[in-house]
Design a protein around this ligand. Structure first.
Ligand SMILES: [Zn+2]
Length: 248
């Protein structure tokens, strides 16, 4: 599928001015950077939507996503979204509800408290969308098919139990895309899958871009453009071809 069929999807994790989280940069952004992002979206007259309202025709749509559901998002990011009447999609690894980011420990990253069931319910009730981030934040691309199916079913059932709503999208942890993703997602009842780097998109591997402290307003506007998406798709395809070329 050619780039452009899907709206720009922004991948965020942490929004904090606490220096203790600096070890997560570039996946942790400052309050100032988050404010800049929302200002650029407002000024550009973008509408923030989720995947559940993808069928509503919108002139300029953007989807803001948060992976991992860190508890500190309640301190600034969520109130700021609410104040501006903006929506985002929150991806929770269900085995980690009320726990911490154990998967980051081997990389020496700071430990962070994550949301619990009440947080997820509250987010959903206030109109934010909830998605799966697998059950236990694993690299789905490295699991057997039956394990992926079981993992996605379990996560979906837990989140639907908490929210009382259908869970229709998953963000693949580490951007690791499971083999046979199209069939597996259809089989387990997901309508969308989010990757990070994939040369060609379909609804089961929609690419996202990272927004970080180094992105000023001009760079962010460029990242929101279709031109950027096409350039990245071409670049990623070339990299794939290069890595597939046998070395002499
Ligand atoms: Zn994650």
């Amino acid at each position: 599928m050619l780039p452009g069929r899907f709206p720009p999807v922004i991948m965020l994790h942490h929004v904090s001015d606490d220096a203790a989280l600096d070890g997560h940069k570039p996946y942790s952004i400052s309050h100032g950077s988050f404010t800049r992002l929302l200002d650029v979206l407002e000024d550009g007259q973008f509408t923030t939507s989720g995947f559940e309202d993808m069928n509503i025709p919108l002139h300029k749509r953007v989807i803001i996503t948060f992976d991992d559901c860190a508890k500190h998002l309640w301190d600034f990011a969520i109130p700021e979204l609410q104040r501006r009447n903006m929506k985002a999609v929150f991806y929770m690894p269900t085995a980690c509800l009320g726990g911490t980011n154990e998967w980051d420990m081997p990389f020496g990253k700071p430990r962070i408290p994550l949301m619990n069931e009440a947080d997820i319910k509250h987010l959903s009730d206030m109109g934010m969308e909830i998605g799966s981030h697998s059950h236990n934040h694993v690299r789905l691309g490295e699991l057997r098919r039956s394990e992926v199916v079981q993992n996605l079913q379990q996560s979906k059932a837990i989140l639907e139990g908490i929210t009382g709503k259908k869970i229709i999208s998953i963000a693949y942890p580490f951007g690791s895309i499971p083999g046979e993703k199209d069939n597996i997602l259809k089989e387990t009842g997901y309508a969308y899958g989010l990757s990070i780097y994939s040369a060609f998109e379909n609804r089961y591997c929609i690419r996202r871009f990272i927004y970080h402290d180094g992105d000023d307003a001009a760079r962010l506007k460029a990242k929101l453009s279709l031109r950027y998406k096409i350039m990245r798709a071409v670049n990623d395809k070339l990299l794939q071809l290069k890595s597939a070329t046998p070395k002499k």
